[in-house]
Design a binder for this molecule. Structure first.
Ligand code: ADP
Length: 443
């Protein structure tokens, strides 16, 4: 027990003992010692009761009260309570200050911030930007369901995804459809979600300007290149006796430029699409046959080529686009596999979906390059890519086409052993193969 409390205890005990002793002496003098002691005990009890009441009053009092100055145990208790109350008030003020500054920071953010109750999806708090970007109003929308407050945004299905909800990259603001928003949902505690809305209008405009620029430049380059290419074809190597390789190199380079322009135009077209161009059955028997023919033509007998059709299904989508994606993968497999290697194209089932897999025993790709492989012009080895006639856009095109078909590209590779590029399609893209089915032959 701390010293001040111990001494207060002793003082109180001494006072009570002194009172009882005094009562005994006075009672004895008056001939009524028992009565005097009983009265003294009652007085002591009443005093304790009165002090207990004062302690309770301090605990329930709303206004601040100065601590008592005496030396009894009750005064010591009162001082301790006063000190605890003062510390608690100071802590509360500090916490309130911190909370206010956090709120002020969140309120000043240029992004819309909305705090939601996780279960009821009702709005609990939002900042000023939520008013300008999402149209939420104080106090109308506080406590209202977010889906109702943000009408006509179709968010019900998205919110149901909760923790797994993918960010919405581009959606029109309910305030003004010209404002484009990026929405993400962050479950930050067991009870609360945070909805963040960012104005990406300018970013999307710049992206559009970039896309238009690439598409226009590619388009403008196409005609002059065709003319140059045509004239080069008409020239005869015998007209350049001093330098016969020159004409061949010029033809080679003009073909490369033409391929680059074509790939850039394809990418621009794919980027401007939301879905695959056609949604029709894609017959996989002729598709696989075409891929085999293309691989053999590319390989010129230098590789061992296998096509395995294990799935017995057809796909749904754009035959042209899917052929372009698969053909890019097959062409890469042949180009990046040294002579004598093996290339396997396999169509197999995976759960309810299907996978088209292109496997090779080629150079392989170091693991640190894999995440960036589908970026435009990304090459593991520029010289090898150029030598093999690559534009650096093939995998980017593949990724876009698969994205438009709701499919994904998976890449596994080991240096020196080879690579596997797999296109994963979900059940919605798979249909039973019917013999009498009208097929689209892609050549
Ligand atoms: P490129 O026209 O250069 O082949 P791609 O976009 O098709 O461009 O491929 C990007 C890079 O990925 C290539 O430059 C190459 O380094 C690597 N790559 C693609 N496919 C394979 C493969 N099957 N084996 C090894 N490397 C590959």
């Amino acid at each position: 027990m701390p010293r001040p409390i111990r001494s207060a205890w002793l003082k109180t005990l001494a006072t009570v003992a002194a009172v009882v002793l005094l009562a005994a002496i006075v009672g004895r003098a008056l001939g009524q010692p028992a009565l005097a002691i009983a009265i003294a005990a009652l007085l002591v009890l009443a005093w304790h009761y009165w002090r207990l009441r004062r302690v309770l009053q301090r605990l329930v009092a709303r206004q601040r009260r100065e601590p008592s100055q005496g030396g009894s145990v009750w005064d010591e208790l009162d001082r301790l309570l006063h000190r605890n109350q003062r510390e608690m008030r100071a802590r509360k003020q500090r916490l309130l200050g911190m909370l206010r500054s956090y709120r002020a920071a969140a309120a000043a953010l240029p992004d819309a911030v909305v705090v939601l109750d996780r279960n009821s999806q009702r709005v609990q708090w939002f900042n000023e930007a939520a008013t300008t970007l999402l149209g939420l109003r104080h106090p109308r929308d506080l406590g209202r369901g977010l889906v109702d407050s943000l009408q006509p945004m179709p968010l019900a299905h998205w919110l149901a995804g909760g923790r797994n909800a993918e960010p919405i990259l581009d959606i029109a603001s309910p305030v003004d459809p010209a404002i484009r928003l990026n929405l993400r949902l962050i479950p930050y505690s067991a009870e609360h979600w945070l909805l963040i809305g960012r104005d990406v209008t300018r970013l999307l405009q710049l992206e559009q300007v970039r896309r238009d620029f690439v598409a226009n430049v590619s388009h403008e380059l196409r005609t002059p290149l065709t003319v140059v290419h045509g004239y080069l074809d008409m020239l005869d190597p015998e007209d350049f006796p001093g330098n016969p390789e020159m004409l061949e190199e010029m033809r080679h380079q003009s073909q490369r430029m033409a391929r680059l322009v074509e790939d850039l135009l394809t990418l621009s077209r794919l980027e401007s699409q939301q879905h695959s161009q056609e949604e029709e059955p894609v017959a996989m028997v002729p598709m696989l046959a075409t891929l085999r023919r293309e691989a053999e033509a590319h390989s010129q007998g230098r590789h061992d080529i296998h096509v395995e059709d294990e799935a017995g299904i057809d796909l749904v989508g754009s035959p042209r686009e899917l052929h372009s994606a698969f053909s890019n993968l097959v062409s890469n497999a042949v180009r990046y596999t040294p002579a004598g290697g093996q290339v396997v194209v396999r169509l197999r089932r995976e759960h309810d979906g299907a996978v088209l897999e292109v496997r090779d025993t080629g150079h392989g790709i170091p693991a640190d390059h894999l995440p960036r492989l589908t970026e435009r012009f990304y090459r593991v080895s520029s010289s090898r890519s150029r030598e093999s006639g690559g534009t650096g856009l093939g995998l980017s095109i593949v990724k876009h086409i698969l994205g438009l078909h709701g499919a994904r590209l998976q890449i596994e590779s080991e240096v020196g052993k080879g690579s596997v590029f797999s296109c994963h399609f979900d059940a919605a893209r798979v249909r039973k193969r019917e013999p009498a089915f009208p097929t689209t032959v892609v050549e």
